[in-house]
Each structure stands twice: as C-alpha cells, then as structure tokens.
Design a protein around this ligand. Structure first.
Ligand code: BG6
Length: 476
C-alpha cells in the first residue's frame, strides 16, 4: 500500500531502549543475590560470561544519565528475581529491593518511564533444583515474587512485562544456555513447562490488575512473520504451521486463554501436549493483557516438509535462525533480504508485515520491546564509534513502523502504539555470543575477557537516535 501522506508517530510515544538484568548488571553474587539458571548454564568458553557484564549494577547512575542525555522517554530493564527473593520464595532481600528502587527513581528523576520485565530467562537456580518450571509449585513462586514487585514498585512503574520470550525458552532452549548436565529437556517436558509459565503469567496479570489498577501489563514474545518459500500451496501451509507454533500459539494462550487449535492438534498428535488440571483454562482466561509487547529481529522463509530427517538442518539454530522440524517445516533462504554478520535476516518490511498480523489477530496496543542489530563495533582512536549500519537498521525499521501506523492500526480513542524500545540501550553481553556482538547506542569499552575500564562512549547511533526522539520521528 502506497500513501500520499504518512501518519505521524503519536504524541507521548515511548521512545525507549532495552536491556536485561543478567546481560547488563554483573555483580552476580553481590548484596545477597543468588545464582539464576542463566548464571549456572554452561556457556561457550570462548565468550564472556555474565559475572561483570556491563557493570550497570555499580554504574546505573552514569548510564541512566546518558540515557537521559540521549532523550529516552522509556527504559526497559528486567528485575532479577534472584536479587529480590534469593531463595526463590520467602525472605525478601532488602538490598535487592533498594537497588531497583534506586534504578526506578533515577529514571523518574529524568522523566524516563521505567518499563519493567519481571522475568528475562533467569529463574532462581534454587527453584530449578526443585524441578524449575516443570514443577507446578513454581507457578505460586512466580506469583509470590510478582506480589513483592507490585507492593514495592507498583506505585512508580506503570508498564510491566511478565515473561520475556517464552517462545524462545521453549523452542530454542539451547540458545539460552545448556543445563549443567548438558542435556536439554524433552519436548514433552518443555510444553509442560510452557503450560506452567502460561498459568503463572495469567495469575500474575490478574493479581496485577487488582493491585495496580492504573498500570498496564503484557507478555513479551519474540514475533516473526513467516514467508512461504514459493507459491506452492504446500509451502504456504508449512509457513503457517511454523508461524502458529512459533508465534501465535504463545500469544493466543495469553490473549484468548486457549491454545491455538492447530498447535493443540500438533501437541496431541505427537503426545507432547501438557497435562491440564481442573481449573487451568479458567485461570488462563483470566489473564487479560493490556497490550502485546513484541521483540522483532527477523522474518523467516519456510518450505514444505519432506517428512524425513532432512527437514532439520545441521547448522545451529537460535532465536532467529530456524532449524526445521520433521513433518512440520523446512527452513529456506530468502533471496530478497540481507543478513547481519551473525546470520540473522534483516527485513524491515517484514516488521510492518508482522505488526499488521499482530494487530489484526489481537487488537491490542503494541509495545516494541526489542529490535536491533548485533555487530562487532570498532572504537576508533578518537573515541568515536561509526555504527552507520545500526542507524540504517533502526531507521528502516522505524520507517516501516510508521507505514504500519499509517496502515490504520487504530483503536477508538486509544493509541495502540505504545512505543519502541530497541535492543539495546547500552552494550550488553549477548545471550550466547559474548561481548563482541554489540547492540547498544552506548559503547562499553571491554573485550571478551579483558575488562579494561568499562568506560562508556557514545556511538554515532546515540546522536542519531537523540535527534529522532527530539523530532518525534517526523523525518523517519
Ligand atoms: C532476544 C533476547 O532474544 O534477543 C535478548 O530477549 C537477546 O536477551 C537478544 O540478547 C539478542 O540476541 P543475542 O543472542 O544476539 O544476544
């Protein structure tokens, strides 16, 4: 669709940026924090671990001052459950409460809206030892943790995200890290974990609406539209299969309180459907998210399954690199898109396409909680970082977002576009590819193993994004 005039980004649009606790904070055993699963996972030995990360735990004031200088209207960060309740449940760690109170107050001081993710891949390890998400008790543990957060921060934080990328944790568990024994759970167990997370999320949303009636809460999923590899109808069916299993099933359970019928048929047919207890569906129906948060990096291109083991590629998959599944779909190449140096498809138009689909399906406001490009940035001798590729990436995605806004995604008297929080506000440790894969607007001077002074430098994209925010995106 071509338009003679594009709609503007809404007033009060949350121009933000994101991080997560384990990737930015460091201080993994300070002030009473206990280990999380991500701290304990086996990671490749040739990349940085999370022990120091970007040292935000000690430098949050300096960092938030830089975010304010960049003009951010929102800062999306996650709270580490292991700082708040080191035993998973029970005794509250005052030092942990104080740390996030300080972070929130520092944001508010600069009129930056804090957007809090409650759970970003980092279950307390002590709960993992009791079965983790496979154990139904973890549902109540999450509710208890949520209650502590709402009591302490509910009056200051308006926007909340329950669980980050539940679909990545279930579909690509190896991309997050390998458990100590080196063995990933079976699919049956993963879908049981998924069911428990869904129940925990629904209970927490219900609790939130009672405790923080003025606030807004939503799930944060990694959403990716799928293209059929050709106009062969079988490719179209395969693309739909994987779009449903990878994306819509996760959002449907949260938004509609029920599994997507195609996903449910798949789970039943393969004997991997979760065990459902009486009352579970009533619980799921009670979630009522206020918005959908979405992490968008890439699209994927899908061909029909050949029905044999060759559907699954030998290369390593991750959040964005599709693996294939026998009898479901085969990954295919898209000749019309580029890739990042880490092999992730770059598809700004696919962003518009995905946004259209999300709005069409759920008719809820949308908050972009991640979008960005991982690259090996270079710190020049004069202290500059010329990351034009990041500017191009974000500029193109924002333009497509503006087109999607113009496409008429609109709700009566209510702005459906909450904001855009690209990944990442500042360099952080990549989930599985170390420190050299950088995403931030602010460069942190450290190497994979040499921590140097962790000094902060403003990248070219910092100045560019500042201007975009000042102009409320009018030149995008
Ligand atoms: C998202 C995660 O999947 O992608 C982030 O929510 C992650 O935690 C981001 O860092 C980029 O992925 P990666 O693997 O390049 O760090």
């Amino acid at each position: 669709m071509h338009y003679s005039k594009l709609k503007d980004f809404p007033q009060n649009f949350l121009w933000g940026a994101s991080t997560s606790a384990y990737q930015v904070e460091g201080a993994i055993d300070e002030d009473g924090k206990s280990p999380s699963i991500i701290d304990m996972y086996e990671h490749p030995s040739d990349v940085a671990d999370f022990s120091v990360a970007s040292d935000h735990y000690h430098r949050y004031k300096e960092d938030i001052a830089l975010f304010a200088e960049m003009g951010l209207k929102a800062y999306r960060f996650s709270i580490a459950w292991t700082r708040i309740l080191p035993n998973g449940t029970g005794k509250v760690n005052e030092k942990g409460i104080e740390f996030y109170n300080n972070v929130i107050d520092e944001c508010l001081k600069y009129n930056i809206e804090p957007v809090v993710t409650m759970y970003h891949f980092d279950l307390p390890y002590c709960l993992e030892e009791k079965g983790g998400w496979l154990n139904r008790d973890t549902i109540e543990a999450f509710v208890e943790y949520a209650k502590v957060l709402f009591i302490h921060y509910g009056s200051k934080v308006k926007y909340w995200l329950t669980i980050n990328e539940q679909n990545t944790m279930i579909l690509h568990p190896g991309a997050i890290g390998l458990p100590k024994v080196g063995k990933l759970p079976s699919k049956k167990d993963l879908y049981q974990q998924n069911h428990h997370m869904m129940l925990a999320q629904a209970k927490v949303m219900k609790l939130f609406h009672n405790m923080v009636p003025e606030g807004k809460i939503g799930p944060a999923l990694n959403l990716t539209a799928m293209y059929p590899a050709t106009c062969n109808p079988n490719d179209a069916i395969a693309a739909h299969n994987w779009e449903v299993l990878r994306c819509w099933n996760f959002v449907d359970v949260c938004a509609f309180g029920k599994y997507h019928p195609l996903a449910w048929s798949y789970l039943k047919d393969r004997n991997i459907a979760p065990e459902i207890q009486d009352g579970d569906f009533e619980t799921l129906k009670g979630a009522n998210p206020d918005f959908i948060a979405m992490n968008y990096y890439s699209t994927a291109t899908i061909a029909a399954s050949k029905g044999d083991a060759s559907d699954v590629t030998a290369r390593a998959g991750d959040q964005q690199i599709m693996l294939g599944e026998q009898g479901v779909y085969r990954p295919s190449e898209n000749p019309y898109v580029e890739k990042t140096q880490y092999g992730w498809v770059v598809d700004p138009v696919g962003f518009r396409y995905t946004l259209r689909k999300v709005y069409e399906r759920y008719q809820l406001p949308i908050l972009i909680t991640e979008n960005g490009i991982g690259a090996n940035d270079t710190l020049e001798p004069d202290g500059c970082i010329h990351d034009q590729y990041r500017i191009d990436f974000i500029q193109k995605h924002l333009h497509q977002m503006r087109l999607a806004i113009t496409d008429g995604v609109k709700m009566l008297g209510y702005c459906p576009w909450l904001g855009y929080c690209p990944w990442a506000a500042i360099d952080v440790v990549s989930t599985h590819q170390g420190y050299k894969k950088r995403y931030g607007f602010i460069y942190v001077d450290r190497d994979e193993f040499d921590l140097k002074e962790l000094k902060r430098y403003k990248k070219d994209s910092f100045y560019w994004y500042k201007q975009v925010i000042e102009e409320n995106g009018k030149n995008i």
